[in-house]
Each structure stands twice: as C-alpha cells, then as structure tokens.
Design a protein around this ligand. Sequence first.
Ligand code: CLF
Ligand code: SF4
Length: 521
Amino acid sequence: MDNQANVAGAGSDQSQHLDLDQILQQAAEHKGCGTSSEGGKASCGSSTAPEDMDPAVWEKVKNHPCYSEEAHHHYARMHVAVAPACNIQCNYCNRKYDCANESRPGVVSEKLTPEQASKKVLAVASTIPQMTVLGIAGPGDPLANPEKTFKTFDLIYNAAPDIKLCLSTNGLSLPDHVETIKKYNVDHVTITINMVDPEIGQHIYPWIFWEHKRVTGIEAARILTERQMLGLEMLTAAGILCKVNSVMIPGINDKHLVEVNKAVKSRGAFLHNIMPLISAPEHGTVFGLNGQRGPTAQELKALQDSCEGEMNMMRHCRQCRADAVGLLGEDRSSEFSTEKVMEMDIQYDAEGRKAYQEKVEVERQATVLAKQAEMADLEAEFSDLKVLIAVATKGHGRINEHFGHAQEFQIYELSTQGSKFVGHRRVDLYCQGGFGEEDTLPTVIRAINDCVAVFVAKIGGCPKDSLKAAGIDPVDKYAHEFIEQSAVKYFKEYLTKVKSGEIVHADRGDADIRQGAYIAA
Ligand code: CLF
Ligand code: SF4
C-alpha cells in the first residue's frame, strides 16, 4: 500500500488525485523551498537551501537527522561507544548507564576499540544506506577520552568520507580540543549546557575533575560554565556547527533555561534541544533516588515554545543510547553486535549509497509537495484553533505503523499555519504477540492524552473504544499516506466541524512523559 497513496495535486482542484509516480515526478522537478519556515527560521524540506540560510550550513544540516527535523524521517545516525570515562558528575547520571546527555538510560551493550568501531560503521553504512551521520556520544564524555575519540574519527573519515562526523560533550575539555575537532573534520558538535548560573549549577553537578583534582560546589559549576561558554565561542569562530542540549529539571533549572537559550544563541549556537529529565529510582541516579520529577509533556512544550522566538528549537530528540543505530526512535543496534560485525565481509559501496540516497530525496520531496498541495485552501482560513495529534509511524513520513506495535507516537500541532512536529511520546508496546496488554493501554492513553486524535495504519476494536471513551479520535482512514498531508486534511475537516457546531473543541489538558528505563524490543 506504500506506493498507492493518493494525494491532491499542487494548486489543483481538491477532487483531482495524482498517483505516487506523478507526485515523484513533480518532486523531481521541484527546485524551490519545500516548507515555509516559522519565524524566519529554517525548516525547509527541499534539497536547496532556505533563503535565510547560508548554503554551506544547509549542506551540513540537510541530511543530518538531529539538525533537521524534516530529515529525521528519512535519514539515520549511529553512535559508537568508544568513550567510557567522564570528567564530571551529573545528578541525572549513573555511570552504569548511558551518558544521559545523549542517551536514554539503558546500558551500553558493548564498549568498542576505535578499530572495532570503524568496522562497525562500515557494516552499518553498507546495510543501512540512509545512515548519514556517525556520532560519538559516550557512554562517558568523548573529550575525556580524546585519543580513542579522534582515532575513531580518523579511521572513519579515511574509510567512508561521505559520512558526517558528530560529537557530543559536556564541554569541560572542549576549549582544549577545538583545533583537533576541526583537523579531524568533525563539523557537528553538541554541548550539554544546563545552566549559566553557578548557583543553579551546584544543584546539578556535585563535582568536576579539573586540573588533576576534584572540585565541588559553586566553584565546580563556575568552572564548567566558563569552559562551556568559551568552547561554544571557539566552535563558532572555527565555523563548526554547534547544537546545545539542555536537560529540563523542574524546580531547578526550568525557568532558567530561557536565560541559557539567550546566552547560547548570542554565542552562535545553531540549534537548542531542551530535553525532559528522565529520572526513576531504578536508574540509581541522585535525582532518581531523591524523587526529583521530570516535566510533563505540556511543561516541556511550553518551555520549548517560549524559547522558539529566540532560535531554532529541536523537538525530535530521542535521548539515544550511546550505541544507537538506525532512524531516531528505532534501535537496530542488536543487529550489529561486535561478534556479528567481525564476521562480516564488508565492501563499502559509496556509489550505491549515493544512488539510494537520491531515491530517498525524491520521496522526501514528495512528502513536502503533498503537504503544500493540501495547504492551498487552508491558509485563507481565519482561526486561532490549535490541536495536537499523535501519529504511529515507522518513518519515511508516512502513517505506517499499527497502534499496537507503536513504541512511540510522533506529536504534531495543527493550525491554519499547517502541521508542525512538536515532539514524540514513548510508550510500552500495547500488542504482546497477538493480544492487547490491557494494563498498558491506560499508560498509552495518558502519553497522548493532550491529543484530539491518533493516526494509525491499523487498530483493533478494543483499543479503539477505549481511545474514543478518553476523547481521542482513532483515525485509520489515512493508513500508509503521508503524515503531514493527512494531518492538514484532518485539520480542515476538524475546523469545519467546529465552525458548524458539529463538535465543541475543549482543551485536552496534559500528558505524561514516560519515565521508565527504555529497553528496545
Ligand atoms: Fe548522535 Fe547527538 Fe550527533 Fe545526533 S544524537 S551525537 S547530534 S548524531 Fe540526536 Fe540522539 Fe538527541 Fe543526540 S536524537 S540524543 S540530539
Ligand atoms: Fe554522565 Fe554524561 Fe554527565 Fe558524564 S557528562 S556524568 S557521562 S551524563
């Protein structure tokens, strides 16, 4: 059914439908910007740079699944766990678990040597041709393990120069390594910055290891923030694209993150990713054990919304494991254990990867065109109505997952401006080998409680009834069609019904962000 989607043609009569071949043809001919950008910020889906973006920057971000929300539906990343040591302590981290800067709390299966990591990257790149980015994100801090980190980057750059290199750090050692980062062709760096005020920082960082000794309290936080700001300024001056990750910790730094946002923007950060604190007692972290809660879904969204006027906000982060492989939100790491990789005979096929990615580009642009076509008669509508929907998807920008098989739902905000990705909600699997897990259903509903509808490829009668009882519309009529086009279509119908009085729109309230340790199936 994937290649049978019917979509309205651009600027055409709504009743006229084109088949996918026609859409792909249109997409192949399309040369302009794929989507409108919010607030002048770049969110273009086409292969050409948005007007407000330097083409050199666009080349770096357009196929990076973290730096471009639109790309994350189509392109994959992988991490290699070559960096076990860390030089600071965060109250949301337990060293037995992945780095919480970039990782959800699940143990790293295997730590790798640079040589093992390099072979694994080639194995994954040959199997998953849409894998465009290699990141080193732990399980400790990559720059507390500089030899292993840079050796790995060097091996990979020489073997597979088409793969973009990415690094995530707490920033303490960053100023010492900016030159080396540049030398090894790493053009994306993430710094986790949770505060710019040491008074606040002392409640997040109990100690740092600095100049051969342990430093604690406000002094530790002061050194850390100075080093982070200096590192960010140096990266900007060196022309290296920088993203800032911040962990939202209610009651500690939630309000302060607006100030952090301004500080990092003024120093040239390209993107700000505010992530929810994940803390549960079983993680064994300070925050997990002292009962520090994470934010609710609406608290997180409100903070991201308030920062969006200042700079580009990332909302599609999945807080990945330090050995994650695949599209964001999926985990294929178990297919690439060291044992399996070492047995593989790998022929790196750069041309084959390029040809595959060209096909991905055509499909990617088809999704953009289909949405544009659907938007044609919505922009003239006057309404300040905004609603959220949840979508079950396996990627490619389509509604192609069953309700019971979804491990996460993507959340879109719909308004007369169109559809906008605003987050995702992780859930436990409802379907357990052919039957629905009744205990799980309420937790799934709580995770998408702020949505008016859930779009799925298929859904059984029982969960359908429960969703309806909770006021969430289960929608399977757009199965296998493009998400954003279907979302706009749904919103137009919803708005018409609200205007006619057929339905009364009411505020849906809040939703839960899943706290339990995520173990990929
Ligand atoms: Fe990895 Fe991070 Fe590079 Fe992406 S992840 S090092 S920038 S390639 Fe991405 Fe994962 Fe979020 Fe990180 S979704 S945790 S932001
Ligand atoms: Fe843990 Fe990462 Fe913080 Fe180090 S920087 S303590 S590994 S979360």
